[in-house]
Every structure is written in C-alpha cells, then in structure tokens.
Design a protein. Structure first.
Length: 535
C-alpha cells in the first residue's frame, strides 16, 4: 500500500518545474515585461496583481472571451423556448379565450419570453464563467513560492508556464531576467501530499453515511405499516392547553370559545360595509327586519330552503329561452329548476326580502335629455343581443342569463347629484372600463365581444345589453352593486373604479338607457311642439 503514496515517490524524483515567475514592484514594469513576453510569442502566461491592472489583457495578449456569444445564444434559446411554449399551450393544445385575445403568440407572450431570456442568459453567464476559467481550482504551483503571498498585498507577478509550446527553460529565464525583476524563481511542483488527511476523510465518510439515514427511514416508513403512535418530538407543541374557534368552553357563560365582537367595534374596512354609498343597498334595512346583519355576509342570493313548496307564481317553463350560447356553454350557470321569482317572500330564517324593488327612474327629467352625450348613436335594433320578447320583467322571473336574481334593499335614488360634471365623469369612466365589452352605446357589442364572437369560442358569455329589460328595470343601487361585486361572468371593478366614479357610471348608464327608451313626457312641455314640427 504505502509505496503508492506520492510522498515516497517524490523523495526519489526531483520535483517537476512548471515554468518561471518574475516579481515586480509596480504595475508599469509588469506591463512592459508582459508586452515583451507577449511579443516573444508566449501565450501560456499569467499575471497576478493586488488590484485590477488596466491594459493587462492586451499586454498579455489575452483574446476576448467567447462568453458574450454563449450568453447571446442562451438568451435566444430562452426566448424561442418561451414563445414556442406559449404558442403550443394557448394556440394549439388548450385554446381558451382570455379577454378576447387572439391565440398563439401575442404581445401578452412578451413577459414570459423576457423572463426565460433573462433566466437562460443568467445561468449561462454564471456557469459559463466557471467553466471557461476552469474553476474551482484549489491549488496552483505558484503557491509553492513563499514570495507569492505578496501578490495580494504590494507585488506584481508574471508567470510563464512550461506548458507553452515555445517554452525553453534557459531562454525564458533570460527573457525575464532582461526585464529587471525584483526576483526571478522557477515554479516548482507542489509536493504536499494531494490525498486528504485520514481523519478528514473518515469524518467526511461518516457525514455522507449519516446523510443517508433520513432517506432510509423515510423509505422504510413509506414501504411498511406501523400501529405505534406517531413520535411527538415537541410534546407540548402537539398537545397544547387551548380551545379552537368552534369548540365549547366553560370559561364564558355562553359556552362559546369564539367571542362575538364587542358592541360598537368597527374593524378595519368595516366602516364602509355599513354605508349604502359603498354597497348599493342598505344593510340597516336587512338588520331591521331580521336583527341579523351578519346574514348579509353569508349570502346575497335568495334561495328557498330545501323541501319548501314550489313558488306560487310559476317560473316560465323554459327558464332560458334565449341566448343558446350561454345555456350550452355554461351548464353551471343554469338556474336551478325551482329557482323562485325574486319577489317570493322568504321563509323564516332565510334572507329577508324588503319591499320588492320597484324600478324607479332617477335621472331628473329636466337634466337627462340635454345631458345625454351625442356619441353613442349606433343602430339600436341590429345589435341588440337580448331576446325580442322577454317573457316577464326581469325582476319577476328567473333571469335569462342564468345568474340568480338578487333581491336586496337596493338604493333607489342616486346618492350623487345628476350634474353635468358627474355625467362627464361617468361617460369618461364608462368608456374606459365598460365600453370594451358593453359597447359605447351599451348594447353589449364592444370590441372584446366582437373579437370573441369572430373566434366562435363556445365558452364566451356575451356581455348583457344595458338596454335589456333586465337591466333597464334595475334600481341604481343594483347596477352599482354589479360594478362593485361583479355579476355572473363579469368581474368586479371595485379596485379600479372609486365608489363616486361608480355612481357616476350608473348615472351615465341610466342616461344611456333613457336615450333609447324615452317618451314624450320626458321632453319639457315647451319643447314638445318643436318635436311635432320636426316630424
Ligand atoms: C370584460 C367584459 C366586461 C366589462 C369590461 C364589463 N362588463 Fe358588464 N357584463 C359582462 C358580461 C359577460 C355580463 C353578463 C354576466 C353574466 O350574466 O354572466 C355583464 C353584465 C353586466 C350587467 C348586467 C348585470 C345583471 O344583473 O345581469 C350590467 C349592469 C353590467 N354588466 C354593467 C357593466 C358596467 C357598468 C361596466 C363598467 C364598469 C361593465 N359592465 C364592464 C362583461 C363585461
């Protein structure tokens, strides 16, 4: 065994030489020496300096690295991968309309493409730098020279390796000596034994073995069965003296572990939950009839309790006579067969219905006609997607769109004034947030809808026409609620539109509706004769 040890063999053989190393006191002499060595044709050279020396690469004749080129290739690979992946996923494998966007590669694919470009490039530059520098390198023959320690302090070293194809021991020595170095030494082989000391080796083997134990235990557990109780490493963490929220307790007289709110508490965000201005309905009316305002938070849809008799007013035999796209594409949106009319009085313990919401026109007659903006003047009947004859007022029958009708004590009167400023604000916000789907005139024919229809995608739910009876008869509070909470397939806009702007939109929507459904009574008396003349 022992004769294989490098220590023994080194004693007989003289250590190998790896080239020459010259020491300089400043970088100017290092640079001029480097240029001389480079001009003599040596390429296997290296310089060691205590700080980066400008121009040393050029002086040593180091060629520019190919790393940037590798990074470029990796970046392009990343970009191509991301684009192909998205094209395959959304354009071929799983076609699904998202906001009416076209399939395949779109501007929406750019973020992912960008991210993969960066990811691939970063990994390539990091790992490529290591590979090209042949790192990590734990030992270098230049370390054997004790003078070399000053390379990190105040000395500059130039090394010519014996691996160079023009290397000749004597001529390199002469060449370096002619550059007037502080010292000139031959770099000798590192004769310290390369093998790890035995204790370290043993320790490492022990660690590796110990590292396998958890894996072995887990494998054993997964393969076998045990009737023993689980090990409790921290016993007092597993078994704490505590009560969970729904458990009973003897600490309080009412036996409830979960304590009710102290009277008068208003938690963060709850202040607005009490105000009709932020809700579109009046929660006080709900608690006044039931004494339980918390019901409102559980469910806002009126559902009959199980086993209740069918509603007295029969719903239409076919609840969804219109819009076949909806009924076929989204069965989960179908109303249950026993869906009651919204006016059905609720049973005990159910959501209370206050007086049925009567559709009231809230835009004052004298403001509405003059305030109606001139823009939305598209042909009305051609694009109206709602059925020509809605069987009954939307409030009284199961809605055709399949979403359960809400019956809450809606705000009936706009809480903001119908001024021109509010109308303008409403028009601006409507055209920003709603027109893309509902169209500028509110007929549900916005660009997103047109695009989705042209793609013939079965999952698309058409935006409701705001002139449909279902929407026209809604109190202002309900439209406000639709914008705030969303409705069916329409998302909530509460985060992007402030409550005041939402009311302004409602004002504008009401004006739009009035513009398509006005009677002679809406025209001021003194102007009616003008209309007659114009006929
Ligand atoms: C991304 C498209 C889209 C946008 C934008 C949009 N809606 Fe809708 N809206 C819909 C769809 C789809 C429905 C039908 C929902 C259903 O029945 O599932 C709908 C339904 C409605 C309804 C009828 C609700 C009911 O009771 O049936 C109203 C009112 C309405 N939207 C108003 C608005 C207003 C106001 C805005 C602007 C703040 C707006 N929508 C923005 C898609 C949209």
């Amino acid at each position: 065994m022992s004769e294989h040890k490098p220590r023994k063999s080194n004693e007989s053989k003289p250590p190998k030489a790896f080239g020459w190393m010259a020491e300089y006191v400043d970088e100017a002499s290092l640079l001029s020496a480097s240029r001389k060595v480079r001009d003599s044709g040596y390429t296997k050279t290296d310089a060691f300096t205590p700080f980066p020396v400008h121009g040393i690469d050029e002086a040593l004749g180091i060629k520019p690295t190919i790393l940037p080129f590798l990074v470029l290739c990796a970046g392009l690979t990343g970009m191509t991968t991301a684009l192909l992946m998205q094209w395959w996923m959304n354009g071929v494998d799983y076609k699904y309309i998202i906001s009416g966007k076209p399939f395949g590669i779109t501007p929406a694919s750019i973020p992912v493409a960008f991210e993969l470009t960066i990811l691939f490039s970063a990994f390539t530059s990091f790992l490529g730098m290591f590979a090209l520098n042949q790192l990590p390198k734990f030992s270098n023959p230049v370390f054997t020279n004790p003078k070399f320690d000053r390379a990190t302090n105040d000395r500059f070293f130039l090394y010519v390796s014996s691996a160079d194809k023009y290397y000749n021991r004597e001529s390199v020595k002469d060449l370096l000596a002619a550059t007037h170095p502080e010292s000139l030494d031959e770099v000798m082989e590192d004769t310290t034994p390369a093998a790890l000391p035995r204790p370290i080796l043993l320790g490492a083997m022990l660690l590796v073995f110990a590292g396998l134990i958890p894996g072995a235990i887990i494998l054993n557990m997964r393969a076998g069965f045990s009737n023993l109780p689980r090990l409790h490493v921290f016993f007092d963490m597993d078994f704490q003296p505590k009560k969970k929220s729904q458990q009973q307790t003897t600490v309080f007289a009412d036996g409830r572990t979960m304590r009710p709110q102290v009277a008068g508490t208003i938690a963060r965000g709850q202040l607005e939950e009490q105000d009709p201005f932020y809700l579109g309905f009046d929660p006080a009316k709900i608690s006044a009839t039931t004494g339980r305002s918390d019901l409102m938070l559980v469910s806002t849809a009126v559902q009959p309790p199980e086993g209740e008799p069918a509603p007295a007013e029969p719903a239409p035999a076919e609840p969804a006579p219109a819009e076949p796209v909806k009924t076929e594409g989204t069965p989960e949106n179908q109303p249950p067969a026993e869906q009651p009319p919204a006016e059905q009085p609720p049973a005990e313990g159910e959501m209370p219905a206050t007086e049925p919401a009567t559709p009231t026109e809230t835009v004052p007659a004298e403001t509405a006609p003059s305030q109606i903006p001139a823009t939305p003047l598209e042909p009305a009947k051609a694009v109206e997607p709602a059925p020509a004859a809605v069987p009954a007022p939307a409030q009284a029958a199961a809605p055709a769109s399949g979403t359960p009708a809400l019956n809450l004590p809606w705000v009936e009167k706009l809480p903001i004034e119908a001024t021109e400023a509010h109308m303008k604000l409403g028009k601006l916000k409507y055209e920003t947030y709603c027109s893309a789907c509902h169209g500028y005139a509110g007929f549900g024919d916005g660009l997103v809808h047109k695009r989705a229809e042209s793609l013939l995608q079965p999952t698309w739910i058409p935006p409701t026409s705001l002139h449909a009876d279902r929407v026209r008869t809604q109190p202002v509070g309900q439209i406000f609620h639709t914008i705030t909470k969303g409705q069916g397939k329409m998302a909530s806009y509460a985060t992007s539109i402030t409550p005041k702007e939402r009311w302004a939109i409602v004002l504008y929507v009401k004006a739009l509706q009035r513009s398509r459904n006005a009677s002679i009574e809406d025209v001021p008396v003194e102007d009616r004769s003008k209309l007659e003349e114009a006929k």
